[in-house]
Design a protein around this ligand. Sequence first.
Ligand code: ZN
Length: 252
Amino acid sequence: MTQVYGLPQDSRRAGGIAVITLPKTILNVRYQGRPLLIETGVNSVNHVIFGIPLSASVGTLQLQSSNGPIDIEVKPYKYAEQRLTVKNDDYVNPKQEQLDRYAIEAKEQNDIYASFTASQWEKFPQFIRPTAGKFSNSFGRKRFFNGEERAPHSGLDIPAPVGQKVIAPAAGTVVATGNYFFNGNTVMIDHGQGLISMFCHLSKINVQKGEMLTQGQLLGLVGKTGRVTGPHLHWGMSLNNARIDPQLFLSP
Ligand code: ZN
């Protein structure tokens, strides 16, 4: 498959992305002391691609740089609410041993989200859809499971039949595979510079930790493992440890 390049969409809201063009003379761009993803431009500018946390408030958010602070204006955005019924109450009110298991899994995942490795690409890769199917704007939804409020939805759901192929939306290294309490069978890919993708509820995993994947390579099959109400792919994207809307990586 020929790799296509293209920056993600700029959408300055909680859970969105800011694509910032800066002169190359401005160095060391950081958020809360952490490095950010930079596409080094061919001309005199670089592109800083910053994931705006879903928890960010409306207003001004500040990045740091060698040239002083850079202001990012976070605009209001209303995410929908969603009320779901799951039959197995363990997924709403987990037992102590399940909470203990989840704490270990959450730490493993958070360590991956907080990691920052060199990227294999020079120009930012245009992502492709990881599986076929329609998706609604399910990212960011405020969720109530069996009437109880839980964390907002940090990914995009693509309803699809069990067994449908799931492919890598861009090249990267598999950094985790496993069966997790809420996420079911999961694959996580590191695309470099703090950009991580995640694929959950799979019926089958076709890759191993450490494997390098090319764009379009089969990574698993759609399933309904973990906390689900039906078969679908949960596709998550994280950048600079912020969970952001995966749709912004696709061409509009
Ligand atoms: Zn989901």
